[in-house]
Design a protein around this ligand. Structure first.
Ligand code: HEC
Length: 164
């Protein structure tokens, strides 16, 4: 290798190392800014319940309107409440009654046009509705994000800013 080539190589190596170092430094400082709190949502469901419930949720198109684990079907824009963390706001029994209602809007009024409202899932078998209710109740939020979750739910349900 000629002297000139060596010099060029040295410059390239220095630039690459510099860029790598810089992006690692940015990663570190991003983490530092967010603290160590991480994602506030978690589920207390067993792996089996989680798997079966998520299959039901997929088969019934819940994510056409709701996001869950911060994911929803990309083409949809229904302003339905986010499902993550709702188990810290409502009870398993409430979810079961809600999924079993022939008119869910009698339990939770809607501000939306008919085609965007929560559909009735009374046609599902009792064990399927119980499974959904049990999974929904398992979707918890950590205390530090509870107020934020309640605010987001209120705003989605009413279209108004929280606090009322
Ligand atoms: C067509 C859109 C749509 C689909 C599909 C849908 N939902 Fe909903 N859901 C809504 C809307 C909108 C609301 C808010 C109440 C309303 O406007 O009727 C809601 C409300 C809820 C609530 C109560 C939220 C709260 O704030 O307590 C739960 C729980 C829920 N849905 C779960 C589900 C599950 C589970 C499925 C699938 C089995 C599902 N939804 C399918 C639109 C939908």
């Amino acid at each position: 290798m000629k002297r000139g080539e060596k010099a060029i190589l040295a410059v390239i190596v220095a630039v690459v190392l510099g860029l790598m170092g810089r992006s690692m430094w940015h990663l570190k400082s991003d983490q530092a800014q967010q603290g160590d709190q991480g994602i506030p949502f978690y589920s207390t469901a067993s792996e089996l319940v989680g798997r079966d419930a998520l299959a039901l949720i997929r088969d019934n198109g819940c994510k056409q309107c709701h996001s869950l684990w911060t994911v929803r079907d990309v083409m949809q824009a229904v302003p339905a409440p986010i499902l993550d963390g709702l188990g810290s706001l409502r009870s398993e029994e409430w979810f079961f009654q809600y999924f079993s209602a022939t008119n869910p809007q009698a339990i939770l009024p809607s501000r939306l046009k008919k085609q965007y409202r929560m559909p009735s899932y009374a046609h599902l078998s009792e064990s399927q509705r119980r499974l959904l209710a049990s999974y929904m109740a398992s979707l918890k939020v950590k205390d530090w994000y509870l107020a934020e979750t309640r605010k987001a739910e209120y705003e989605k349900l009413t279209g108004k800013t929280y606090p009322p």
